[in-house]
Design a protein around this ligand. Sequence first.
Ligand code: ATP
Ligand code: MG
Length: 431
Amino acid sequence: MSNIRAIRGMNDILPGDTPYWQHLERSVSGVLASYGYAEIRLPVVEQTELFKRSIGEVTDIVEKEMYTFDDRNGESLTLRPEGTAGCVRAAIQQGLLGVPQRLWYAGPMFRYERPQKGRQRQFHQIGAEAFGVATPDMDAELILLTARLWARLGIADSVELQLNSIGNLAARQAYRAALVTYLEQHEQALDEDSQRRLHSNPLRILDSKNPDTQALLDSAPDLADYLDDESRDDFVRLRELLDAAGVSYVINPRLVRGLDYYNKTVFEWVTDRLGAQGTVCAGGRYDGLVQQLGGKSTPGVGFAMGMERLVLLLQETGALSAVDANLDAYVVSVGSDAQRAALAQVEQLRSGMPGLNMLQHTGGGSFKSQLKKADKSAARVALIWGEDEVAAGTVTLKPLRESDGERQAQQTVPVEQLQAVLTAVLASDTQ
Ligand code: ATP
Ligand code: MG
């Protein structure tokens, strides 16, 4: 019989990688909390209509990437492809929008894409959303927060901030018309995807990867020339705030983002260390979205970061080199009397030293084979209960790692002194 395998593009995250994930998750939630953001936990499945109405009917996500199905009642449901729509839905439904609101969420997202490095069908995001503030100081806060996170993670030198303003709806419509007029004259020279988008979602042509299309765009009308006054002023102000805070950025006039709900500021943090999947965090302002989803008109701005790509970047840059094995002690006990004594005494030790990570050898075996496992575990110390120890009411501590090329001597101590001696041994070992 053939083995059952995971769904293509939906990966197991293995024990060798989870320390990176945990480190990343802790860093992100720590920075978010330090800026006053509160976590919200949202369902993974929503009504399909939510995503159609927010992300937009003619976007890649809604047209071809959603996991949509009818439930047993015939209602059309979708595995969330991103987090903003659900967050806005919840904020409206739960009445969170009367006052400025800073929220963050984390979890898996689902898109039917071609799996490759940094691109999965189930992937994970942490996102933040700020509601109720229309001014660009809010945009600046979100960008500063992410910049601080990269610094804390040690990857600040590997990412670049790209910024643009896409204006209000009227500005985008005027620009869209001008762009279409220009591109229609060169329709045959456009790549296939761009020809398809020319009349459905022409702004997306701006971030076509095709070199010929990009060359055509060099002489295309400029979005910046079509911006409304308010968007232009807000963008100037945002840049002033970032300059004052010492955050550097490049203006990318072709940055438009693939979701329809954005207006004014859009931004991406991009790295050149991960090949084609270079955007590790992306976001922008979406002042119309709350109303579009049935709430009272409320401005919003947010971002989402791709956790898989950030983990790859941490590994790629060595910013977090071989995450430390975090086992303190490996417990060896040979014979049934010793096992009984060890189990009881180790439980006491766990009560006395709650932060200690200890692995109790299970399944028996000789002294030699257990010690081999202890060595392999990369624990700092082996705690050994043998026949002699049990008879004498003692335990042997055997340091397992070398520090400065030397290994501390092993010692046998009365069980009552175990906690004190272990504390001293772990403290004196620089590891
Ligand atoms: P891309 O252009 O790479 O497809 P996107 O614009 O579709 O990205 P967003 O919807 O803005 O992506 O999502 C925010 C972030 O989530 C991205 O910048 C990326 O880091 C991550 N992300 C998006 N799709 C995937 C995916 N399929 N696999 C892994 N990470 C993803
Ligand atoms: Mg995409």
